[in-house]
Ligand binder design. Sequence first.
Ligand SMILES: [Zn+2]
Length: 372
Amino acid sequence: MPSLSELGKLYPNSVKELERVLGRDNIERLANHLHIYDGAASSVKPVAKHVTIYWVGRTAAEAVIRTEGEDDIIVTRFQKGDKKIAVPTLTFRKQKAVLLRGFMELTRSLYKQHITSLKKDIFESKDYGKLYGKNYDFLTSCGISPGIEESRGGTGEMRCMKCPVDVLMGAVTGRAVEYNLASRVMGDPAFATEDRYRPRTGNAVDEVTYTTGMKGVKAGGTGALYTERIVEPGTLFIGKTVLFMPSPVELLYTLYLLTRVNRYGARRTIMGVMELHPVALVGDMFETGTAYAATEELLGVDSPGKAREKLYSYVEREAKASTTAVLVDLRDREGEIKKLRINNEDLYLELWRNTANYVMGISEYVSRGKKS
Ligand SMILES: [Zn+2]
């Protein structure tokens, strides 16, 4: 169980930033539940350390919240008094996809900015040179390219297995690497506090004939009439994101990504924009509470301030039920989180060093297993 000064040895920059963002007292108390990856196989063995983050989301535009393969928005039924209520639900799969995409984009743009130092300190260094080698290039060797068939030059899920994104969010590859990486970012579906959605009928006009539903012109008629259900702007969602064995620098980047304005709707470019406000963070041996139970207590709440207050008291109660939990109030820290110096070079190098140490630990673990 590391102390703050031990964390500070390998993670000086992120510990300093965490102190500023969360408060020194808080990070000192939380240190026990954070993890150090030092390159040894023993540091990648699973231990009971979880950081659970609760947040209130608010749609800032109409949203069609669904997931691939679903035609309609996803709803979850809750019991409210003697009535049943079905509320829009944002699956964790969707949330994870948005986080993954955001982390990829961030890692890519910082990579370009700091490539010279990255090569010197990581890819071609004495310690990590063997893991990466001179030819390693994150921009060309790692990415998400679903939908492009291999025969057409795509590689499906092309992941390098040794970048910050893969190491934190998990990756599977068909290539000759002896390990797969499980995601250490987990979470619950986010549930709306109200049944605020309405059907909308749309009219897809045929581009050639400018008609809808004219039979006999084309197979299946021209254009189409369709109905979709829209989640209204201003709908509140209760969410929970969990980090398993996070190092200080991984916690820092996740907090930053979570507080970005994101798009969760189908049709990312025009719909589904959501603001996300962090409420509380709990470090403990295991996860704390569930978004479902929290939402049960918040059904009908329509003001963001009240939602944050009620959600905090739910989390506080759950944290108090455990003797090992450390609770941090994030309600007045959102501004500091948003001001994180995320493009700072030392911080970014720390993220990559953390990753290289993780991969080194895994490699040692795997090669040891082969000998026995
Ligand atoms: Zn990668």
